[in-house]
Design a binder for this molecule. Structure first.
Ligand SMILES: Nc1ncnc2c1ncn2[C@@H]1O[C@H](COP(=O)(O)OP(=O)(O)OP(=O)(O)O)[C@@H](O)[C@H]1O
Ligand SMILES: [Mg+2]
Length: 637
């Protein structure tokens, strides 16, 4: 059953079936009606020829070819077409997202004003095809985070939390409100596909946008859930909002919910734009009738796609349809609406134009952004219990193995090389234990950061500082435990101050390794590339760290690399801390006496460099964090 009712006071109420029961979605909150039109949108993929400085570009591929359309308040528009026809590209163009190397021509107007990202950020929501969530948050926590950063400044905390509760109710998420979102790919307990999609809607409608974009709302859902999700969009439209979605192959039931359709043919030309019911007569008049009992959506898509081994014929048919549409009454009507929208009176334009736009694209103050992102980062660190448990096990297990293997290294000549080895092993293991974890965690989180940043939720530096702060306790606690377990069992320098200096040094080493992980993740384009780059980048710094290749043996032209090697700084600092001021008797030593100074000299370490080494580690922590910050900034502008 689907009921849509109009109340006597003029407010519309939609009823949505959430699977088991029906709930209401009301349009009580005020929003501004929106007409969005686009004219002659042409999108090309440019190809660069020549060299960096004298390159010329030519069109490599035409993705969209003079597409014109519009959406008015209370309408539900579906953009349909075969795979690769350009549906997502058009939606991205209308929302100013993911343009990459594409060249975009044409005009976009919203209530009489030329559209820009500021206007869109204020009045629209974009539900993208891939749902990106921090998997460790619950549904409610996710929405609370969104409400804190996306709702206008004038809302109080209580109002935001009330809005979250209402949206949870409106979108039928009550049953899973306190369930962790999870990640099916990682086998983390997760909410269902339909609930994920509804959560995406919920994130976007928190701010009560007038214009909603949605890319493939039904992908990955069964037909029942798909119908359910599209009905939610229909209800948004019914409440007066303007809703545009792309859709691949809707069922007849889903198709019947659309008010207007935009059919894109392969090659990006418009085959039809207009009321959904007018499309069948349009095709029939061209001598291409839809067979009885055929799903009209499937008919359009098949008619406009290329049939295997009938390429020329399919292209010819597409051209006939697109040419006919260009001169049709429907096409003229769209142009008229688009032109009228472009020239709407100045008063409206002023209301929607730059005059009313705040300077900052962010809704929350820097402090509030910082507080919210730290809160979320801490929750996700604490909730990643599997990772924390694994990290604890790994730390204790490896520390115990080292303690067993290297125990009882008393001060004797023959034990010196064992002690040097174990000091280097500390630096080595802490690096590899942490750098890979950071690379995969940060690379997985970057798409979420980029999307949220684009949604005007928080600044790049806020994200960076908050993450660093939330992660810091982990990268202090685990290296401390890792060193403490075997330290006295091995028989390293027993003075308390030396123990704590060793702990401090390995904590610094760990944090350089994590900073290096940040650098690789932010510079690489994907998790896989970042993981593949890690070993080849770390290994040379390891080899040059003063253990495998003595400091004095490094080729002059690679000398600079030593100064980037935390293995070198860490190894030397730990060795100086271990041996400085130590003297012991052993007949194997020269003249029967071994001094710490001699030992350090034998390994090419200079006792005066201790502070330089600690400074070097601190410098690398800051430098390796600052470069990825710049890399992120470049990705966001
Ligand atoms: N940034 C880009 N760089 C290169 N090619 C692109 C880019 N964006 C889109 N394309 C190309 O444009 C065409 C249309 O892609 P688009 O993703 O818009 O199709 P679609 O209709 O959404 O398909 P689907 O139904 O499979 O999602 C494709 O051939 C795609 O390869
Ligand atoms: Mg697509």
């Amino acid at each position: 059953m689907e009921t849509i009712d109009l109340r006597s006071d003029g407010k519309k109420i939609g009823l949505i079936n959430n699977g088991n029961n029906y709930f209401t979605f009301s349009s009580t909150a005020a929003f501004q009606p929106v007409t969005y039109s686009w004219e002659n949108i042409r999108i090309e993929l440019a190809k660069n020829h020549g060299h960096c400085f004298n390159g010329v570009s030519s069109v490599q591929k035409q993705i969209l070819d003079n597409v014109t359309g519009c959406i008015q308040p209370g309408e539900f528009l579906a953009i349909m077409g075969a795979s690769g026809a350009g549906k997502t590209t058009l939606l991205n163009c209308l929302t100013f997202r993911n343009a990459g190397k594409l060249k975009i021509h044409g005009e976009r107007y919203l209530n009489g004003a030329e559209v820009n990202t500021d206007i869109l950020a204020r009045i629209s929501g974009f539900v993208q095809q891939d749902d990106l969530f921090i998997p460790t948050l619950t549904v409610k926590e996710h929405l609370q985070f969104q409400a804190l950063l996306r709702m206008d400044k004038h809302f109080s905390y209580e109002e935001r939390m009330n809005r979250v509760d209402n949206v949870i109710l409106e979108l039928g998420l009550g049953k899973c409100a306190n369930t962790v979102i999870g990640l099916p790919e990682r086998d983390l307990k997760s909410i269902s596909g339909g609930e994920r999609k509804r959560l995406s809607f919920a994130s976007e409608v928190l701010t009560n946008p007038s214009l909603i974009f949605c890319d493939e709302p039904t992908s990955g859902l069964d037909s029942f859930m798909a119908h359910n999700v599209v009905k939610i969009l229909k209800n948004f439209a019914f409440s007066g909002k303007s809703v545009i979605c792309t859709i691949h192959q809707p069922s007849s039931e889903v198709f019947s919910l659309f008010d207007r359709i935009l059919l894109l043919a392969e090659g990006g030309r418009t085959a039809f734009f207009g009321p959904a019911g007018d499309a069948l007569p349009f095709f029939s008049n061209l001598g291409i009738p839809c067979p009885p009992s055929y799903n009209p959506a499937e008919f359009y898509i098949h008619t406009l796609a290329t049939e295997p081994s009938k390429e020329a014929e399919s292209k010819e048919r597409r051209n006939i349809i697109c040419n006919a549409y260009e001169v049709s009454e429907a096409s003229h009507r769209v142009f008229e609406i688009a032109e009228a929208n472009k020239h709407r009176n100045k008063a409206i334009r002023k209301r929607n134009g730059r005059g009313g736009v705040k300077k900052s694209p962010y809704k929350a103050s820097v402090f509030d952004q910082f507080r919210a992102v730290v809160w979320r980062s801490v929750i996700s660190v604490v909730r990643e219990s599997v990772i924390l448990k694994f990290k604890s096990f790994q730390t204790i297990f490896v520390a115990v193995i080292i303690a067993l293997l290297f125990q009882g290294q008393t001060l004797q000549y023959e034990n010196i090389s064992n002690i040097q080895s174990v000091l280097f092993i500390f630096v080595d293991i802490l690096t590899f234990q942490n750098v890979f974890g950071v690379v995969s965690a940060i690379s997985n989180e970057l798409p979420i950061f980029l999307r949220e940043h684009h949604n005007g939720m928080y600044r790049t530096d806020v994200y960076f500082l908050s993450k660093t702060l939330a992660d810091l306790p982990v990268y202090i606690f685990f290296p401390f435990v890792f060193l403490s377990i075997p330290y006295y069992a091995i028989g390293l320098n027993p003075f308390t101050d030396r123990f704590f200096v060793s702990c401090g040094t390995v904590i610094l080493v760990t944090n350089v390794a994590t900073s290096f992980g940040y650098l690789i993740s932010c510079a690489a384009g994907s998790t896989q590339i970042a993981l593949d780059l890690t070993t080849p980048l770390v290994i040379p710094l390891l080899y040059i760290g003063g253990f495998f290749l003595r400091n004095g043996s490094v080729p002059v032209y690679l000398e600079w690399m030593r100064y980037l090697s935390w293995f070198m700084y860490g190894n030397e600092a730990l060795s100086i801390n271990q041996w400085a001021g130590v003297i012991f008797n052993d007949t194997a030593c020269p003249n029967g006496i071994c001094t710490g100074a001699q030992i350090l000299e034998n390994y090419d370490f200079n006792p005066e460099f201790f502070h330089r080494d600690i400074g070097g580690l601190c410098g690398l922590i800051v430098g390796f964090r600052f470069l990825p910050f710049l890399a992120l900034l470049s990705k966001t502008y």
